[in-house]
Design a protein around this ligand. Structure first.
Ligand SMILES: NC(=O)c1ccc[n+]([C@@H]2O[C@H](COP(=O)([O-])OP(=O)(O)OC[C@H]3O[C@@H](n4cnc5c(N)ncnc54)[C@H](OP(=O)(O)O)[C@@H]3O)[C@@H](O)[C@H]2O)c1
Length: 346
């Protein structure tokens, strides 16, 4: 097979379309190739729905159906081998007589962990591994963080001025440009939840929804120790799921859950509680105190910094990125500059 990377690249593009819709499942894309022609393609579109391999095989046109057993299946993640919300993909591949499967990376979750590849090989299928492996692992970083650390994938985000401030004291200050807002809102739509600190909720009164991009709203998270945040804040408007961790009460109204936790080490307790709400990734949008606590606990996976050309002269200092980081990407969203880092110490 010439140029397997080309077809795997297409699998990764397809997988990306499922981002924000399949959590806590991984995002996966698949293509079926015969004589250098893609005869089918698919991706995992929604939680509980068919997996990428099934959508790919089912997409083949009636006139190409006879070519399925003669084709190579490319898939961005090892096919599943267990009954979950849907039957095993390995069964579906074997049922269609496919003899060659190319995989980007293996699925390290306890339920699969090499079993999918083994089942295919035991049935005589040629399995080729590690094609664009690193790219596929990065694409599914949320899923792999969940598997490795048994906690949600934590994405830290802030905007800072050219002189290193994230805002003025006790006054809402817009730092990133309005041209950067659609990108930030797309980031919001890609994670299950969004978390802000108490002071940010109080001073900025953010909506934390997705209105400048297309996608679903994340679950809003805040820690309000004594339930003293004003009920008039957008956070409490019950327009989207919101969880208020606190030390007073556990109650629930439509879209608004109060959950009582111990005041000791509350940041860790919040992280530990997120899984019970099916939250497998979270975007932390400041402020500095909350982000610094997460950095100090080494509870972060990615940091996305928006560098604005504006200056403030005084205000709240921006967080300090821990030294164990690697820059992944840098680009311009004029007039802002965006830098994306990953945590190397996990
Ligand atoms: N440019 C940006 O990207 C950006 C993003 C977000 C916010 N901001 C700005 O950052 C500022 C806020 O940041 P910040 O670092 O001061 O605070 P923060 O991180 O938003 O708030 C978290 C802190 O609030 C404290 N807190 C005080 N009373 C609390 C209570 N009753 N319940 C829970 N926590 C309580 C907590 O301290 P203890 O745990 O010690 O109690 C905690 O460390 C705002 O002015 C906002 O405009 C800028």
């Amino acid at each position: 097979m010439k140029n397997p990377q080309l077809y795997m690249e297409r699998c990764l593009q397809l997988a990306q379309l499922g981002l924000g819709y399949v959590s806590p499942n991984p995002i996966v894309g698949a293509v079926l190739v015969r004589d250098y022609r893609i005869i089918g393609e698919g991706y995992h579109q929604k939680l509980g729905g068919a997996h990428a391999e099934v959508n790919c095989i089912n997409s083949v046109s009636p006139e190409d159906k006879a070519l399925i057993p003669l084709s190579t299946l490319f898939v961005s993640l090892e096919p599943c081998s267990h009954f979950g919300k849907t039957p095993p993909c390995t069964d579906y591949i074997l049922m269609h007589g496919i003899r060659q499967v190319v995989i980007a990376c293996s699925d390290s979750s306890a339920k699969v962990n090499g079993k999918g590849i083994q089942i295919l090989r035991d049935a005589g299928v040629e399995v080729i591994e590690h094609v664009l492996e690193e790219e596929a692992q990065w694409l599914n970083r949320r899923f792999f963080t969940n598997c490795a650390l048994q906690r949600p994938h934590i994405v830290i985000k802030w905007a800072e001025t050219a002189d290193g401030f994230i805002g003025s004291r006790m006054q809402r200050t817009k730092i990133s440009s309005i041209h950067t807002d659609p990108m930030v809102h797309q980031w919001r739509s890609q994670e299950d939840a969004i978390w802000v600190g108490y002071q940010t909720a109080l001073v900025d009164n953010p909506r934390l929804n997705v209105r400048f991009a297309i996608g679903k709203n994340p679950i809003r998270i805040v820690f309000d120790r004594d339930c003293t945040l004003p009920p008039s804040l957008h956070l409490f408007d019950q327009t989207q799921d919101t969880i208020v961790f606190n030390t007073i009460k556990s109650t629930s109204k439509p879209n608004l859950t109060y959950l009582k936790i111990d005041p000791e080490n509350y940041v860790q307790q919040i992280i530990d509680n997120l899984e019970s709400f099916d939250i497998s990734s979270i975007l932390v949008e400041g402020g500095t105190q909350l982000i610094t606590k997460l950095f100090d606990m080494n509870a972060w996976d990615e940091a996305r910094i928006i560098h604005s050309p504006m200056t403030l002269d005084q205000g709240i200092q921006a967080p300090q990125l821990p030294s164990q980081h690697q820059m992944i990407e840098a680009y311009t969203s004029s007039p802002d500059r965006i830098s994306i880092y990953k945590n190397l110490d996990r």
